[in-house]
Design a protein around this ligand. Structure first.
Ligand SMILES: Nc1ncnc2c1ncn2[C@@H]1O[C@H](COP(=O)(O)OP(=O)(O)O)[C@@H](O)[C@H]1O
Ligand SMILES: [Mg+2]
Length: 408
């Protein structure tokens, strides 16, 4: 079927979509090149045409990943083969940006369909959470069709606000608690972040955060930013990102410094390039700066037994393979006041030891987590006072690829 790819009310290009496969088979009549999704223009050809492969990569990236917890059962219930088939059923609309598909020759406006102003169905979220009461006749109009990430999640309108509700994974379901703890640490350190609260549904813990995107802003992941141009020979992943941001007029270094320090403190294992990014003005296309930090839950030894809380086991992303190496990329600690973390252990215990939490995180485990964080903060104190100039262009210990943790 033929559609016009829209960016709010701007017609960007005409696309043909194979509804069975959910893929874009042709792209014509590009009428607003500047509004094309970031990074879909051919990089290797002199004439800068749209790369259909890159466009499909972007489009597929809007769908629920095949690695999402419980997605196979959900698709079976919904009667579709692939989450790619869900995209056109909600016109590709999302709560993280403003791209959508307008059926060709229709004159629907963005105001009439966007999920920021218009309510959406709970059906897809109910199926994804396994709480559906119906087994057919689903209303597919939901931003859950365009949500990324491997943890079970759904968008929900709570008190008129668009909120993302996200689960944890077995065996400790720790991610929702970790999101809350990471937000507390960032608040203390003055790091721009998304606020997360804990909620319980059917006795299971979930994190809830408000949509940090508005009708006038959008999130462009670091991964998409990296697609703007190939990595130069002299660049490692870190410089590739930092330099492109600079070319876009954004000094991203202070935000990356803060993210690296946070991830060290919480032993974050999943800061891949889709877990941070830039904010862009959706109307003027001006780059605003770093997006507030979100998705910090795959941290704090979330899947390890307390006897395995050893630093060498911790995966590090996105730049270096170990947090120790990655910390060397931090260019300034001027902003970092370690005294702001005084007594952080107590606050961590408060989160992990709340009423029902003990069923998931036993008291001994909670104490071990709080103690490990304290150790990392103390180690950081030494690192800060002994840090010396480091060549950020070094390739030593670089991460290869961009993979997200999977929890199945
Ligand atoms: N508060 C938010 N507002 C807008 N978009 C969000 C928000 N939180 C997450 N997202 C988007 O949803 C995606 C999935 O959420 P994330 O928290 O990363 O889940 P997961 O832990 O499963 O990876 C993110 O990559 C981002 O694009
Ligand atoms: Mg994520």
């Amino acid at each position: 079927m033929k559609y016009t790819l829209m960016h709010k009310n701007i017609a960007v290009a005409d696309v043909e979509i194979d509804e069975d496969l959910g893929v874009i088979t042709s792209i014509d009549n590009i009428s607003a090149k500047k509004h094309l999704p970031v990074g879909v223009v051919h990089q290797l050809r002199r004439e800068k045409t749209v790369d259909r492969y890159a466009m499909n990569h972007w489009w597929a990236g809007r769908s629920i990943p095949a690695s999402r917890m419980g997605v196979a059962d959900a698709l079976e219930t919904l009667g579709v083969y692939s989450s790619m088939q869900l995209l056109t059923k909600c016109l590709g609309l999302s709560l993280s940006d403003h791209y959508w598909l307008r059926p060709y020759d229709s004159n629907i406006t963005w105001e009439a369909v966007n999920f920021f102003d218009n309510d959406f169905s709970d059906d897809i979220g109910d199926v994804l959470f396994g709480t559906n009461t119906k087994n057919d006749g689903f209303d597919f109009v939901s931003p859950d069709n365009t949500s990324d990430g491997n943890l079970k999640k759904r968008w929900k309108i709570i008190d008129g606000k668009r909120c993302l509700v996200k689960s944890g994974s077995d065996p400790y379901s720790q991610q929702p608690f970790n999101e809350v703890i990471a937000a507390i640490i960032m608040k203390r350190l003055g790091i721009d972040h998304v606020s997360y609260l804990l909620t319980w549904l059917n006795d299971k813990p979930y994190s809830v955060c408000e949509d940090f995107i508005t009708k006038d802003t959008e999130l462009i992941s670091a991964w998409r930013v990296l697609q703007l141009r190939p990595k130069a020979n002299h660049e490692n992943e870190y410089l590739h990102y930092v330099n492109i941001c600079k070319e876009l007029g954004v000094d991203i270094v202070p935000a990356i410094d803060r993210m690296i320090v946070l991830d060290y403190i919480i032993a974050n294992e999943d800061r891949h390039f889709n877990n941070f990014g830039l904010l862009r003005d959706a109307n003027t296309l001006e780059w605003i700066g770093a997006a507030p930090i979100f998705d910090s839950g795959t941290s704090l030894w979330y899947n390890k037994s307390a006897s395995r809380f050893i630093s060498s086991d911790i995966i590090c992303k996105p730049f270096k393979k170990t947090h120790g190496e990655q910390l060397k990329l931090v260019s300034s600690y001027d902003w970092f006041d370690i005294s702001k973390l005084d007594g952080i252990e107590g606050e961590i215990l408060n989160v992990l030891c709340e009423d029902k939490a003990v069923r998931y995180v036993e008291a001994e485990r909670a104490k071990a987590i709080a103690a490990e964080v304290r150790k990392r903060v103390d180690a950081l104190e030494n690192i800060v006072s002994n840090c010396s100039a480091y060549d950020v262009s070094s390739n030593d210990g670089d991460v290869e690829g961009n993979t997200a943790a999977s929890y199945n």
